[in-house]
Structure formats: C-alpha cells, structure tokens
Design a protein around this ligand. Structure first.
Ligand SMILES: Nc1ncnc2c1ncn2[C@@H]1O[C@H](COP(=O)(O)OP(=O)(O)OP(=O)(O)O)[C@@H](O)[C@H]1O
Ligand SMILES: [Mg+2]
Length: 238
C-alpha cells in the first residue's frame, strides 16, 4: 500500500532521514520506534508531502508521490496525524468529527461515516454534543484518531498518539489504533513508548540517527535483548 525506497530528508545541515526503505501493507500496523531526534517525524512529513525528501521514492498504492502536494496526497487516501495535532476546542465532538470527513465530499457521506466509526469510540459517542474543550487528555487523543478515521484513509501515519497520556489512556489509545486494522487501513504508528507499540503492532522498525537499524515482526523485536537494552528504553539515546 505504501512503499518507501531509499528516502533521504535534510533539514539544513542535518540529514534527518538517511536512506530509509519500508513497505506498509493494508490491514497491518507497523510500529516505527527509536530515540528522540532519530528522524521519525521527518520521515512522516516526507510521506505526507509537507517536507520534500532530497532523494528516494515514495509510492501510495503504486503511485509515485513526488510531484504531489499534501492536499493531493491526502485526497488519495493518506492521512497524517502530526505530533500534538490540535482539535477545534470550541466545536462539539460531533463537529470535530464531521470536519474530518470533509474529504468525503458530501455531508451525508460524512454523517454515514460517523455512524460507522462511533461504536469503536464509546467514550466519544456519549459526549457528541459537548465542546472538545470538555474532554480529558485521553478523550481528546481518541477524538484526534476518530477524526482522522472519518476520512476513510487507506494509509494512516500517526505520530506519537500517546504523548502526554497516562499509561491507562495510552494503552486504550493504542488498542483503539490496533482495532483500525479490521477496516483494512495500513497504519504507520510512530511511538516513543516502544514496549507499548510493539505489544500491538504486527511489524516494527527501529530508527536511529536517520537509519533503520532493525526491522522485523513485532514479536521478534520484542524478544531481542540487544534492542531492549540499546534502543527501546525510553530516552536511552539522543
Ligand atoms: N524543522 C526542522 N528544522 C531543522 N531541523 C529539524 C527540523 N525538524 C527536525 N529537525 C532535526 O532533524 C532530526 C530528526 O528530527 P525528528 O523530529 O524527525 O526526530 P524524531 O525521531 O521525530 O524525534 P522525537 O522522538 O523527539 O519526536 C533532529 O536532529 C532534529 O533536530
Ligand atoms: Mg517526532
């Protein structure tokens, strides 16, 4: 569904992404983990088209994205949730969700989609008419994920969805993301919390200083003692 080949991203003198190749398939969660500054968010922005790579090829469902802007990439079914993505706090939960469905074109289609996805988010269903400002941190994060789903994405790139959440809300957020697989979406999950991400992912890749240093099934990486010591501990390296 999403293919990356030898992607390089530069920020001035910094080569933030240094030759990354990855494949992401429909119906799977691929966890991308690694220390602060590894280049994970830079890679996500390259995929979404908000920061152009200096080299490499990115394909979505076979189509080369290099000549497309962020809006065109989104219209082809790729949704990117950047770190700390804001909600419209004064709008109701319902209107935040409907705003995520605008790419579907017609309001009735967004409303149909809302009815489809709400059962996965019971806490939001109970608060549809309340302003997003009334939600807890965890509920806001679920709303961000639910709003992204409204667009019925083929590929969802989610950057640090558990940032700032306690362990319980973080776990629920990741469980919710894992549940999105059954919709057929391909999910690239970027997480600081490697242990939690590997617990729900199908496959994983470890990124350090712009490069993928390990990749494989999530289970294999979970059980790799060298990784557990070297890269997977929170903030183990900068
Ligand atoms: N807009 C920018 N301008 C200049 N340098 C940047 C910019 N964004 C990122 N960088 C640099 O690129 C490198 C990779 O940063 P990036 O944000 O992609 O890492 P990350 O893996 O997402 O880290 P974190 O886990 O802290 O979010 C770092 O050295 C960072 O300082
Ligand atoms: Mg980041």
């Amino acid at each position: 569904m999403l293919e990356l080949h030898d992607v390089r991203v530069r920020h001035g003198p910094t080569l933030a992404v240094d030759g990354v190749s990855l494949d992401l398939h429909a119906g799977e969660v691929l966890a991308l983990v690694g220390p602060n500054g590894a280049g994970k968010s830079s890679l996500a922005r390259a995929i979404a088209g908000t920061h152009r790579p200096i080299q490499g090829v990115i394909r979505l469902a076979g189509e080369d994205l290099s000549r497309l802007g962020p809006a065109e990439i989104a219209a082809r079914g790729l949704t990117h949730l950047p770190e700390g993505r804001p909600l419209a706090l004064t709008l109701s939960v319902r209107d935040n969700l409907l705003s995520g469905g605008h790419v579907l074109g017609a309001l009735f289609r967004a409303q149909e989609r809302l009815v489809r996805i709400l059962p996965s988010f019971p806490q939001l269903a109970a608060k549809l008419e309340q302003p997003a400002a009334d939600l807890s941190g965890g509920e806001r994060q679920w709303l961000v994920v639910a709003r992204a789903l409204m667009a019925q994405p083929k590929v969802l790139v989610i950057d640090e969805p558990t940032l700032g959440l306690g362990p319980r809300a973080a776990g629920q957020t990741l469980e919710t993301i894992a549940g999105l697989r059954k919709d057929g979406a391909a999910i690239l999950l970027i997480e600081q919390n490697a242990a939690m991400a590997l617990a729900i992912a199908d496959r994983a890749a470890v990124m350090v200083r712009g490069r993928i240093v390990a990749a494989g099934s999530a289970e294999a990486l979970r059980n790799d003692p060298a990784l557990a010591r070297g890269y997977l501990g929170a903030g183990s390296e900068r």
